[in-house]
Design a binder for this molecule. Structure first.
Ligand code: BGC
Length: 837
């Protein structure tokens, strides 16, 4: 036993059973319990993954907002992602956060998955490598990362209860693999998911013991997803260590009784505590000689604010994926441009992040329009038209259009009132959307929350004003009641209840510049949370006029840049996407603009795949994902050539929803069958092609061939071109040993560039069901025009192994494997054979 373990045991032995049990549930929503007698301080947890929101949902507590996980994975760049992790560590330290609830290591099983944007990739190897880099970066600052959500939490429909049925081999090779990589990278915390796997909810699952803590040797803490501990004895007997948030109805008193009754051994409680103490020691929350310097953080040198913003900007270019670039329209030559039309709802409203617990409040954002304007200042005239509207939820008041009626300062007044209407707390806020007060809500004993503002409409006409929240809600203006309703909850999903509950709207006639008093009120109750918002949406131009104005603008300009995409309301935790198409009339907008301006560039601003029905007609198409707060700056770098878009797809994109092999995420009677087994993502596309080829050689009367994807996993063009010239492999590989594939590529274009050289394996003669091919390794290469580079790509033994269910271990099938090299799962011009003994 190490000195530290002895020290933990001594501290634990000195506690009473009461004290012990108290430590196993959170002290509040994002805070663990402290025990001064044992030198244990509270630990603060925060979401995650694109920024460190902090302990509370408060728009005044701003955070750097990084690009979405899909964007991070699109860089395929572990060094860059590790640096991004360091930025997060710096943010966590600045905010006193010990535990970052990220990264999300679930997979892109279906593009409809609501949290797709929050997960890295459809491929377990890429997810594991990017996730490990992220974890190393975060933990280098003495802050714990959290590998979540363990495991098979790959979609949102019925996410709290669904039972994912996954066979053992698929679990090991696909869904557990990224978590195994996280443990190998030394992650300190793993979060158990809400869902069940093969009949057992994850906070009670045997998978917490094996392979996580046993075989993989995970010595850290298993934290629950928020509210995922829903039993006393079963979860306590499982390897679930900490129930969050607290108090938890099933642990606490009932657990104390269960231990006293002998249903749960005290040794199991002590083991959980050991892990809590170990985490506390790692993150500097345990009184020890060197508490001020958490583990790992001795040499931690946080990036300065300007370095961090520069890195975030760089990450936008590194992650942007160029899908199409006819006649090298991009990068645009600024010298050629007198006027540029910037079009699309997402150009002027920064859609930098997805929705749900992942969202943060950045201090500043650079919209695409801002970025383009800055890059073209004094060079070209930049004009903007929205063209269409996409928002589905109402817009909260902002400090620009509201004044606190009490102080006259920008913002709104939020008051918490007791049952008699007496004020128990009051504060000014900078957004009409209030998710919680800035003080501990439990101590307030409030019965009502009220948001009021003097609203200053910038345009006259009929606005839609609204109130967001569940239960009894009302909205009045200058004493006149506009809304007074009982809003029944539509779901008990925490994201719906606490982040994006239902809303009601009413029409309000306004005159420009004439202020209107608005008061929104709701009755609070434990089951309907604290969230409330006061909203106002301006009168909208007729949609035909809106579209026509954008087209006219595009027609008159030297180039048109159209930003289309989704929003954080469409891609969010809490529900899956109903459709993959772009919302609103955005497809029409793209088609109409392209028809009048031959120099049209479309930027796709979404966290995950959307449909691009106009692709063939548009000269240049660039995916920017949810790019984080430096969005516009990074996008302008790419558009005007200061940086190359070097991203490659971390997930396969289909042309039509009907082509996607795994789309539906709705459980049937609570069960979501992963019956495709190992074949998700590009593997599923490959299999659908292989299985459904028409039998007749003349093709007559055959069913339509299953469509290939629009873009394969790994695809991305960049600003130069590459020739794959040769591949060298060892002839023989000993089983259980890594090997190296040498790939020779030449930059055949006119610009220095970066390429992601990808290596896949395949095996035609096999006793096993196998994907047609699978990613085995990759490496980044940079070369100047004409330069030839040979890049070593390391392949780990695991790439050759399969999980043997009968033997219960990893195993290598002897014989020949084909090594394929190229630049996407669908474009692999080089092949060689290795023999494994
Ligand atoms: C989400 C987690 C998140 C937690 C705390 C849950 O609903 O699934 O990803 O970390 O809430 O906000």
């Amino acid at each position: 036993m190490s000195d530290l373990s002895i020290q933990f045991d001594q501290r634990i032995a000195a506690l009473t059973l009461d004290q012990k049990i108290r430590l196993l549930s959170g002290a509040s929503v994002f805070r663990t319990a402290a025990e001064p007698a044992a030198g244990l301080h509270a630990m603060i947890a925060s979401d995650g993954p694109i920024g460190v929101r902090g302990e509370r949902w408060d728009e005044r507590d701003t955070a750097l907002a990084l690009p979405s996980a899909t964007a991070m994975a699109a860089t395929w760049d572990e060094e860059l992602v590790q640096r991004l992790g360091q930025v997060l560590a710096g943010e966590a330290r600045r905010k006193g956060v010990h535990l970052l609830l990220a990264p999300t290591l679930n997979l892109h099983r279906s593009p409809a998955g609501g949290r797709h944007f929050e997960c890295f990739s459809e491929d377990p190897l890429l997810t594991g490598r990017i996730g490990a880099a992220y974890i190393r970066g975060v933990q280098s600052g003495g802050v714990s990362a959290t590998a979540k959500h363990y495991v098979a939490n790959d979609s949102e429909t019925e996410r709290l209860t669904l039972d994912a049925r996954v066979d053992e081999r698929t679990l090991r090779e696909v869904y557990l693999a990224p978590f195994e990589a996280a443990v190998a990278a030394g992650v300190w915390t793993v979060m158990s998911a809400y869902n069940s796997v093969n009949g057992t909810t994850m906070s009670e699952s045997p998978l917490l013991a094996e392979p996580l803590k046993g075989e993989w040797g995970f010595d850290g803490l298993v934290i629950s997803d928020w509210g995922a501990v829903r039993s006393t004895v079963d979860s306590a007997l499982a390897s679930q260590d900490l129930a969050m948030p607290g108090p938890n109805a099933h642990w606490g008193e009932p657990l104390l009784a269960a231990v006293r009754d002998g249903l749960v051994p005290e040794s199991a409680i002590d083991e959980k505590l050991r892990r809590i103490f170990r985490l506390a020691q790692r993150v500097g929350a345990l009184d020890t000689a060197d508490r001020a310097t958490p583990e790992n953080a001795r040499d931690f040198d946080p990036l300065s604010a300007s370095e961090a913003r520069a890195l975030l900007r760089d990450a936008v270019a590194r992650s942007s994926v160029l899908l199409r670039n006819e006649e090298n329209l991009l990068p645009l030559d600024r010298a050629d441009l007198r006027s540029v039309a910037v079009i699309g709802p997402n150009a002027a409203t920064a859609r930098i992040q997805g929705g749900g617990s992942a969202s943060v409040f950045p201090a500043t954002t650079v919209t695409p329009l801002d970025g383009i304007r800055a890059a073209l200042a004094d060079i070209a005239k930049v004009e903007y038209a929205a063209g269409v509207h996409v928002s589905v939820r109402p817009t909260p008041l902002t400090p620009q259009n509201s004044v606190d009626p009490l102080t006259g300062e920008p913002g709104v007044r939020v008051r918490y009132l007791d049952a008699d209407g007496a004020e128990v707390h009051s504060e000014r806020r900078l957004s009409g959307r209030i998710l919680e007060p800035s003080v501990d809500s439990a101590s307030l004993e409030a019965e009502f929350v009220e948001v009021s503002a003097r609203f200053l409409p910038d345009v006259g006409g009929t606005w839609k004003v609204g109130v967001v929240g569940l239960g009894e809600v009302s909205l009045s203006t200058d004493g006149r009641v506009l809304i007074d309703e009982l809003v029944q909850p539509e779901s008990d999903d925490p994201t719906y209840v606490h982040v994006s509950p239902s809303f009601r709207q009413a029409a309000l006639h306004t005159r420009p510049g004439i202020p209107v008093e608005l008061v929104a009120r709701r009755r609070l109750s434990p089951t309907t949370g604290l969230a409330v918002a006061l909203t106002a949406d301006p009168p909208r131009r007729d949609s035909e006029d809106e579209l026509a104005a954008a087209v006219a603008l595009a027609k008159s300009a030297d180039a048109a840049i159209v930003v289309v995409g989704t929003t954080d309301e469409i891609e969010s935790e809490g529900f899956d996407r109903a459709e993959l198409g772009l919302p609103g009339r955005q497809d029409e907008l793209v088609a109409a603009v392209t028809a009048v301006n031959p120099r049209t560039v479309v930027l796709v601003n979404s966290g995950g795949p959307v449909l691009l029905p106009w692709l063939e007609d548009v000269p240049a198409v660039l995916l920017t994902w949810f790019p984080g707060q430096e969005a516009g700056a990074g996008i302008a770098d790419v558009l005007f050539g200061a940086a190359e878009p070097t991203g490659r797809l971390p997930t396969t994109w289909g042309a039509a929803a009907a082509d996607v092999p795994i789309l539906d995420t709705a459980p049937v009677k609570g069960v979501l069958d992963y019956d495709e087994g190992l074949h998700i993502g590009y593997r599923a596309w490959l299999r659908s092609q292989r299985l459904q080829r028409p039998q007749r050689s003349d093709g007559q009367g055959a069913d339509r061939l299953p469509a290939p994807p629009l873009f394969w996993f790994g695809h991305g063009l960049g600003y130069t071109t590459w020739r794959y010239e040769g591949v060298r492999v060892p002839r023989k590989v000993e089983h259980g040993q890594p090997f190296t594939v040498h790939v020779t590529v030449r930059n055949s274009g006119h610009r220095t560039g970066r390429e992601v050289v990808q290596v896949y394996l395949s095996r035609t003669e096999s006793a096993l069901d196998r994907p047609a091919r699978w990613l085995a390794g990759y490496a980044l290469v940079e070369a100047q025009p004409g330069e030839e580079v040979t890049v070593p790509v390391a392949v780990q033994p695991r790439a050759l192994q399969h999980w043997s269910v009968s033997a219960g271990c990893w195993s290598t099938e002897p014989g020949e494997f084909t090594v394929l090299a190229g630049n996407s799962a669908g474009s692999l011009p080089l092949a060689a054979t290795i023999a494994v003994d």
